[in-house]
Design a protein around this ligand. Structure first.
Ligand SMILES: [Zn+2]
Length: 417
């Protein structure tokens, strides 16, 4: 039996309404629950007064929300807080073992599976090689690995509330169908169906960039900003890729079908480099460092195994003032800066957080990128601190996939055993 009351489609409709910002009273209540739950997840234990202050909700609303969360089993009264004279206030905390959640990342050569507590703390992670990307096989490897983790850690399978699966393709709002993906064989709903059948819990598919964003919301520097963009320059699988997600007034801009933010295929040079998408001169294809540095690597008899290794090498050669490397590097910066200026003009963000392997190039790279971007930007849009490199959240895709499920437990009408 599933530990939920609501059927899956009802949930996805709710989430879609929520993400589009169209709220009715039940959704407002769930959103309040989600907000209080998310603050508690980030803290040890808090009194009602502090929760009211942080959420800007009234004391009585916070009390109602807390009693809802207690009833679900997600929150417990921990201990008495410090007294300011009268009765000591009760402290509320997340019931971290109320349930477990799985996070999965499907790469091209391996899978990462993690098991997390409700507070987002990792119980155990496993990395498994995968040779065949057929959905039946991927689903089988994921469920075997998760069940293995559950059993080895002495947990009850029924307590797994849901599993988030990050992969490189774009996904529908319900988190069920892969719409388009470089992992062609995974297209469609088979992966979701097979996983749901094998694991008997809620399964959400998500695009890897969204998983990274969820991790960024959870742990990263974006906390506290209302208008921001996460720009992924790099990829976890050593293949160059650009991903963009935009947040406006704290709400994720997803578009009609959840496909918004495809900056990778914005053409920045008409008739330019051929792109796998069928067009020419796409931003992603034009900025591919493996292509830009191919000649200079060959001339110097150098080979690199990964993007990170390439960026480390570029950084070294830049320090040695190697002019061949400089030329390719300047093209790289120029093309990135042109594209980022376009994005700034379209979204007018407070911050653009840059993640991915490009972060390896460090602060010097950031300063050079800022100079180029500023030169392309209309003055009212530019702020000197608009671009920021984010530290790479290790296994951010796995954590993000899990935290998306944890963050939405209240929308699942969750009830602890
Ligand atoms: Zn393209």
């Amino acid at each position: 039996m599933l530990p939920f009351e609501s059927p899956y489609m009802e949930l996805s409709a709710k989430m879609s309404i929520w993400l589009n910002g169209d709220l009715n009273s039940k959704l407002v209540r769930q959103r309040n629950q989600e907000q209080v739950f998310s603050i508690l997840r980030a803290n040890d234990a808090l009194p009602v007064s502090e929760l009211s202050f942080r959420t800007r909700l009234s004391l009585s609303t916070v009390k109602t929300v807390l009693s809802d969360l207690e009833e679900m089993g997600l929150v417990v009264v921990k201990e008495q807080g410090a007294s300011t004279g009268g009765r000591r206030p009760a402290l509320y905390a997340v019931n971290r073992t109320a349930a477990f959640v799985g996070g999965v990342s499907v790469g091209y050569r391996y899978l990462k599976c993690g098991l997390f507590n409700v507070d987002g703390s990792l119980i155990k992670m496993a990395r498994v090689p995968i040779e065949d990307l057929k959905p039946e096989i991927v689903a089988e490897v994921i469920s075997k690995t998760l069940v293995d983790l559950i059993e080895k850690n002495g947990l009850a399978k029924e307590k797994v509330a849901g599993v988030g699966v990050s992969q490189p393709g774009s996904v529908d709002f319900a988190g069920k169908a892969i719409l388009s993906t470089p992992q062609e064989t995974l297209k469609g709903t088979t992966l979701w169906e097979k996983l749901t059948e094998a694991l008997q819990c809620h399964v959400f598919l998500m695009e890897d960039i969204n998983a990274h964003i969820a991790a960024e919301f959870e742990l990263g520097e974006a906390k506290g900003y209302e208008h921001w963009i996460y720009l992924l320059l790099g990829s976890s699988e050593s293949k160059w890729g650009i991903g963009l997600e935009a947040v406006n007034k704290g709400l994720w801009i997803r578009g009609e079908r959840g496909l918004a933010g495809e900056a990778a295929h914005m053409v920045i040079r008409v008739g330019g480099v051929e792109c796998p998408c069928g067009r020419r001169g796409c931003w992603e294809a034009e900025t591919d460092p493996e292509k830009l540095f191919k000649n200079v690597l060959e001339k110097n008899g150098l080979t690199v195994e990964s993007l990170e290794e390439l960026f480390l090498l570029i950084d070294d050669r830049r320090d040695e003032k190697d002019t061949q490397f400089d030329a390719a590097y300047n093209t790289f910066i120029a093309l990135l800066g042109e594209g980022i200026a376009n994005i700034i003009h379209i979204f007018n963000p407070e911050k653009i957080f840059i993640g991915g392997e490009v972060v390896t190039l460090g602060e010097k790279f950031l300063e050079e990128l800022k100079i180029k971007t500023m030169s392309c930007c209309l003055p009212p849009y530019w702020k000197n601190d608009i671009l920021e490199l984010t530290h790479i959240i290790e296994d951010g895709d796995v954590l993000g996939a899990a935290s998306w499920v944890i963050g939405h437990l209240v929308f699942l009408n969750f009830k602890a055993y």
